[in-house]
Design a protein around this ligand. Sequence first.
Ligand code: PEP
Ligand code: MG
Length: 761
Amino acid sequence: MPRITQKVTEDPSSPLILLRQIRDVMASPASAQERLDAIVRVIASEMGCDVCSVYLLRAGDVLELFANVGLNPSSVHLTRLQVGEGLVGDIAATASTINLADAQHHPKFAYRPETGEEKYNAFVGVPILQSGKVVGVLVVQDKQEKTFSNDQIEVLQTVAMVLAELNQSGKLVSRRELREGSSTALYSQHFIGLKFAPGLARGVAVMHRKRIEVKIALSEDPAKELQRLQIALNGLQDSIDKLIHQSDLEEGGEQRDIMETYRMFAHDKGWINQLVDAINSGLSAESAVSKTQDDMTARMGKVQSEYIRSRLHDLEDVSNRLLQHLSGEHKTPISSDLPARFILVARTLGPAELLEYGRKKLKGIILEDGAATSHIVIIARAMEIPVVGKIASATNLIQSGDPVIIDGDNGEVYLRPNDDIERTITEHIRANQMRSQIYAAQQNLPPMTLDGQRISLNINAGLFVDVKYLQAEDVDGIGLYRTELPYLISPSMPDVRSQARVYGKILRQAGDKPVIFRTFDIGGDKQLPYFPIDGEENPALGWRATRIGLDRPAILRRQFRALIHAAADKPLNVMLPFITQVSEIDEARKLIALEIARAKSDGIAIPKKIRVGTMIEVPALLWQLSALMKRVDFISIGSNDLLQFLFACDRGSQRVSDRYDTLAPEVLRIVRSIIAECNAAGVEPGFCGEMASKPIEAMALLGAGLRSFSMPPSSIGPVKSMVRSLHLEELTKYVDILCTSSEPSVRRMLERYAMDHKVVV
Ligand code: PEP
Ligand code: MG
């Protein structure tokens, strides 16, 4: 850890002067209202602005003007805005800062004649936050058209922390009023977020222990604060070490790797230096942690990469724990205090925190933020806990003890569900459980159609935990092993040995069942912090996957080397992602040949047989099929990417997700023509996009000629039920007719067909 030293800062123009005056106000024996009045005067005079106002939240989601200089004095305690109304209401609704040079002409500006604020152009407002909830808004205005600097905004944010502290006294707005005041608290509500981890669950809301309230924002004794920081950091680092050693985390497993990365954050020099700087600028240790965390959160909002954002979430989790150590409130959740079935509600949640809640009573997770690829989601999936993400203001809208239902399959949350919803969802949960029991009971039945066609069902995998599904008799193998995961969760580029260890373990667990290893698909939305790719306007179309591998052959060669070492004396299936031109396959094959030659000269056993295949994800390949067939042993259709490029609809964008249907006749025609080329050339065709995981889609693909699929393990049961209820020859004739359709979708026709022919979809 870097040495923590005190810096001498006495710049006369520094915000310290303003903060010192505020500290004096706070230390004075005046009433809470008098102190509030004094604070707005200090801000207006020190920042040289015409107006400063403080709005506080009252019952019924109303923001009342509590203190002001510059506006009509009679408007204090008279002017009221609803949360969401006007600029001030917008800041409260979104908990974000607004900084405008010309507020008058902003569409959200709500004119209040009693204030006389029509004269003021420049406007900056910051939320006053208490325990993560907005409790008020601090606003500064000026006649001059100008925007406020980042430094000025930072000062206002620091003052907002002091105001939160003042408000917490209950002398301005009574605590009871605030508790009872939420007008939304009684309604049954429904939210739609993003599906992060599948499953349905019901339980009682438990609010994740949120940020510790920072009681003392400023300090005159940096040396003392630095000492407190040092002690808290030691406590934090020790507690993470203990968690790693006590938890049952498998050596070499993803959860272990994630926790090791997490430990690295707790020792991060850059972070500790930022904390030290903040303390040296006059903040208490707690507010230094809080401010550094806020800065990071603000930056995080601008970062595009989901992966980097999830890394920052981990760092935020570490900050929260440090605050708990500083306040002496660090304790692990005690299982006996938790309800028997609970849904955890958090803004963000760190992997360590999740592990601390244990698996027994925790039934689901709701996150305000997060990303589908974040560590918390990876761990939750492995623990089979449903997660719904991106539920805005979840921690404000949901209260501890509220009954909640979460539907991770559809990304939905039902808060305080009424009887009808409760009944319907309970029915679904029961039906799901029954269906899983039926699927489990049918595990040893082959995926065979009524007319005797054996269909190959494989799983998509990327974690060790997925591999356990291979034990099921109806799973033929791994049709897509996404190898990028070890790259994503490792703090640096994984070396040959650690990669070979992962691949070897997969192959051992798979036994005789085939595994198709897809070489890394990094780049795009899967950015590695130790291998940044900047300046891509369209990362999905940019430098990613095999393009990186061929431009930086050392990286791809290392992966081939690891795969060759892992598959010594066994068959090896390698699949290349994101191939655009067949020449790329020739280049990749040359690298494999070099690695085989190297293994031989090093006396290392080589795989019994190496089969090379490609994903079909880029439409350009559709016009190179005959050349492609000469170069590969198998192909796998990656509909997730192929369809996003075919229809020019970003696969991650909700807005365009219904601009096309996966069951468009042109999709079926494309699949048919790929299969025809494969059959003519003796190349094995497969399909690994998400589309195959839905029974009706899988049925259409069977009709178009596919006989081998790879899908998430949870889809094997439903797809097999469809296969076993289907007469394939009859369906094929029908799909041939549908392929000639000029409709945008043939879904309805296929649904009708399934109904009429009693196909279980
Ligand atoms: C695909 O594109 O269909 C695919 C399976 O690859 P990924 O989802 O990993 O991009
Ligand atoms: Mg893809």
